[in-house]
Ligand binder design. Structure first.
Ligand SMILES: [Zn+2]
Ligand SMILES: [Zn+2]
Length: 651
């Protein structure tokens, strides 16, 4: 009699061929046998060690998500005869399924589909696994061209089944799938369909356009509710929406996808950001440099970009005497600065910083506002140093990272060390040395970190810093790479103390990542209410009547002389409407000016919490605002205490 030993040590003797479910607790969604996930219906033929997988773990949740995707596709096929279904994987927070349908789906259709899904759930249909050979599988999906293409193009050695294909069916509906799934449709948790979008078959713009239906599913209704609230909050903070509302940037169609223009309000915000990082780098011993946007192909051949990165590069431009490429990275230019003359060990470490604009043909489907663009300015620097200096330089970069990110309110990083990827230049020994350097620096720094195997850049391993935003989402913001390969490829050298030639090492690092992405993240983190030093318009005067406009303007002029960015809303709108407009624009301080204020020589100031404080004396307010901006404070001035402790008036 086969014996099933569970991870908790309990032992279950089952009759041969009985399903593993017999030995599992009720709450298991599937099981792990020898490190592999299997269905609970998996027949036990011999002694095994098994572990229940619960929907509270990531893998179990993925099984729940993917099983729900099956049921959604089943419901769509029931409701829309002739549906061709493509693929339906689990994703972060949910699942999707791609369909080719005779009509386009709208939100009402999603409700219909959801209703049908609930019927399938109520019918408690088991997910049944079958294995077929290639011909039988093709036959089975005779009217499903996407499934047939998957079967036809699958390599025989692909997957654990050799030239066999597994499918799962419940009721009459079947899908080609490796599994596992929950045992029956009744085991799906709390789900909701969310949206529908266009997607190309296999992500290829030349292939059929499909409709992608997104949904989410959670083990309990409570978790679903919590997720929907988080999602709503994220939507409220969406930087694309706020970018329009705050007039920061746009993506005109005429430019092409993924290319942004920065409007005046976005421009001043970006300048603040640029000045801050550039100046700070100068005080930390970095030298600002500049390089052009294009370079001859020979540069990209030497750097390895044409061999390993060509897919993301814009096509070549043929000039009069040479072929040019638009730069996807700044590194080779900095190498050329280093190589512009012979170098001595006395010049190292050399730290070159550039806010370098690069262009990458990111796939259309992956573009997302400022978070993923095709033209972006990297907050880039390269440190060229001796191998002896490497650890100290890395430690200094970690320090600078923490300091810069703290300024924006990002603390407690989640740190990853990413090792050699499949596609890489440089030999194993080089990778080992570079990885070891990063590891020792991390160990020395006292930072907690985890190792992500195979996630490094093609020219070297890297350390990533991720930070949580205001609603708990994790963003990768900082990347630090250690590179022995480019110095080799470009034959970089320095003369050592011993008068011999030596090879330097290179650190690539982008603390803010790209300015585009960073501003996108920052916009969502602050929900558009930027700290004063970054706010495009810091103070706005709202004169009560026309006759107050000149007093407002003269006060604004003297505040501008103190370096503050001050606007005056002299439009003919009502005061209430002007105040509302200022709130919508997330203006940190809105000052209403009328007879009473002019007479008293004080201000009525509202901060972004919308509470108004009257009787704020002018000079102390201006001093406090100047100080708030200069110190890059994250919190605003305490208006009530400036006004002598009077309570804010309710609005
Ligand atoms: Zn499946
Ligand atoms: Zn670089």
């Amino acid at each position: 009699m086969p014996r099933v030993t569970l991870s908790d040590g309990s032992i279950h003797d089952l009759d041969r061929g009985l399903p593993l479910a017999e030995a599992m607790p009720d709450e298991a969604v599937c099981a792990r046998v020898d490190g592999r996930l299997v269905d609970l219906a998996w027949p036990v033929e011999g002694d095994v060690n098994a572990e229940p997988v619960l929907s509270s773990e990531e893998e179990g949740l993925n099984v729940l998500r993917h099983s729900t995707a099956h049921v959604m596709a089943q419901a769509v096929c029931d409701l829309y005869p002739g549906t061709k279904y493509a693929i339906g994987p689990p994703i972060n927070d949910g699942f999707y399924y791609d369909f080719e349908l005779p009509e386009s789906l709208n939100l009402d259709d999603l409700e219909r589909i959801e209703t049908r899904m609930r019927e399938i759930v109520a019918a408690n249909q088991p997910f049944l696994r079958e294995e077929l050979d290639r011909d039988a599988a093709l036959e089975r999906f005779a009217d499903q061209p996407f499934k047939r293409e998957i079967i036809e193009t699958a390599e025989a050695e692909e997957g654990a089944l050799g030239d066999r294909f597994s499918l799962y069916r419940n009721d009459g509906w079947a899908d080609l799938c490796l599994g596992p799934h929950v045992p029956t449709t009744a085991r799906l948790g709390a789900f909701k369909l969310l949206s529908v979008a266009g997607a190309y078959w296999r992500g290829d713009e030349r292939r059929p356009q499909l409709q992608r239906v997104y949904g989410t599913v959670w083990p309990s209704g409570q978790e679903l509710e919590a997720y929907l609230r988080r999602r709503e909050e994220a939507e409220r903070r969406d930087h694309r929406k706020l970018g329009r509302q705050l007039d920061l940037f746009s993506f005109p169609d005429e430019l092409g996808m993924g290319l942004a223009i920065w409007h005046p309000r976005g421009g001043i915000l970006r300048k603040q950001l640029e000045d801050f990082v550039r100046d700070l780098h100068v005080t930390r011993g970095y030298d600002p440099v500049f390089s052009p946007h294009i370079a001859r192909s020979v540069l990209w051949e030497t750097s390895g970009h044409l061999a390993k990165f060509a897919e993301l590069m814009y096509p070549a431009m043929d000039g009069e005497t040479a072929r040019y490429f638009v730069k996807p990275m700044n590194c080779p230019f900095h190498v050329l600065i280093y190589k512009s003359r012979g170098r001595s060990y006395r010049e190292l470490p050399m730290r070159l910083q550039e806010l370098g604009t690069v262009y990458r043909q990111e796939r259309a489907g992956t573009l997302h506002g400022l978070l993923r663009t095709r033209g972006m300015t990297t907050e880039d620097a390269h440190i060229i140093c001796t191998e002896d200096q490497l650890i100290d330089e890395l430690l200094a970069v970690f320090d600078l990272t923490l300091e810069i990110q703290r300024t924006f309110g990002f603390t407690d990083p989640v740190v990853n060390l990413s090792t050699k990827p499949g596609l890489a230049i440089g030999d194993e020994a080089m990778w080992a040395r570079a990885t070891e350097a990063l590891r020792s620096a991390l160990d020395k720094s006292g930072l907690d970190y985890t190792v992500a195997e195979g996630e490094g850049a093609f020219y070297g391993p890297k350390v990533d810093f991720h930070f949580h935003d205001a609603i708990g989402r994790l963003w990768q913001l900082t990347t630090i790479q250690c590179d022995f390969a480019l110095p080799e490829r470009f034959d970089m050298e320095y003369t050592g103390e011993d008068n011999h030639r030596h090879r330097p090492v290179m650190i690539h690092r982008a603390i803010l990542g790209t300015l585009e992405r960073f501003v996108g993240v920052l916009t969502e983190h602050h929900a558009g209410a930027f700290p004063l030093w970054l706010a495009p318009e810091q103070i706005r005067f709202v004169p009560i009547a026309d006759r107050h406009a000149s007093a407002a303007e003269s006060q604004a002029v003297s505040m501008r002389e103190r370096g503050l960015r001050v606007g005056v809303d002299a439009s003919r709108e009502t005061v209430q409407k002007k105040i509302r407009e200022a709130q919508l624009m997330r203006i940190p301080y809105t000052i209403v000016l009328g007879d009473r204020e002019i007479e008293a020589g004080t201000l009525s100031v509202r901060d972004r919490s919308a509470s108004e404080v009257r009787g704020v004396p002018v000079a102390p307010f201006v001093d406090a605002a100047v100080e708030e901006a200069a110190s890059r404070a994250l919190d605003g001035v305490d208006l009530a205490s400036l006004a002598g402790g009077s309570r804010p008036a309710a609005t």
